[in-house]
Design a protein around this ligand. Sequence first.
Ligand code: KG4
Ligand code: ZN
Length: 339
Amino acid sequence: MSICILAIESSCDDTSAAVIVDGNVLSNITSSQQMHREYGGVVPEVASRAHNVSIVPVVLSALEEAGVDRSDLTAVACTRGPGLMGSLMVGFTFAKAFARGLEIPLIEVHHLQAHILAHFIDPPRPRFPFLCLTVSGGHTQLVVVRDYQDMELIGQTLDDAAGEAFDKTGKMLGLPYPAGPEMDKIASTGKVIFDFPEPQIPGLDFSFSGLKTAVLYFLKKELDKDPDFIKDNLRDLCASIQDRIVTILLNKLEKAVAETGITEVAIAGGVSANKGLRSGLRYLAENRGWQTYIPSLQYCTDNAGMIAMTAHHKYLAGDISPFDRQPDPRLPWNPEASG
Ligand code: KG4
Ligand code: ZN
């Protein structure tokens, strides 16, 4: 009998549902909330209301595209955290009710572990053990992945996430939210001529708040002299800021490879869509002999396909959740520790 799982992701501003059958993702439907652009960031209550509108149609489309009837389902999976509480509540409550109604198991999934397992949706798939740099709007982490369920966090940001560094500095340049993709596009037309500092953080942790402050004061100083400074230098500013964010990430990745001796290296999360990061990683692969893995664009940003893949392996390991579980906006790396 096949293992057929419906998976739901609603941790931030994307409502997504996917169906996985025997480890093959057959559908991955995502409704992205565009209304946050006008506010310059995700507004939690607006996000949860929009999930509430989208959840049923997105789930029905995912089942239909996969050619799966709800009576075929073995289990229902959902992101339990981390994320925005109101957003998580919509998907998690839906998943619990759907599973309960069908009298099938519920499988909770850790959003960041799912970003990593997105690498197993399509070939080439990494071999264990591998290192993963997860870079999203809310997180920046270095993880040693020994198996589907055996992951060790070896470094993380002490303040802002890499995606936040793109979004916040981009906002200073007048770019629309989220600024990351826009900065990426403009950066490819500019030159790296402004030198922003690299933080000296010991070990494998990251910090991006110093860069944010450095950009703020630099722009203030230059705008006092020339009010058109940003307009006249936008391309080079984008190229220089992006280059600094990417070097901070890649320098720590090189350090992690040196310390662990692991040369299978993957990147995951929304920022892994960045062209500068992708080409920097390819350069390192060629020059250091690493095997590198970069997910396809649809599986870089938030999606239920990655939740489905994680749930498939949790189901195989017999790891199902009790129905009295609650979503957890700050779900720890080892969820067993949280109630
Ligand atoms: O993983 P994700 O979709 O959502 C979270 O879980 O946070 O990541 C969203 C983040 C945003 O900060 C966005 O600006 C950034 O990923 N991002 C990018 C690019 N595409 C998305 N940052 C830089 N370059 C890109 N091409
Ligand atoms: Zn994410």
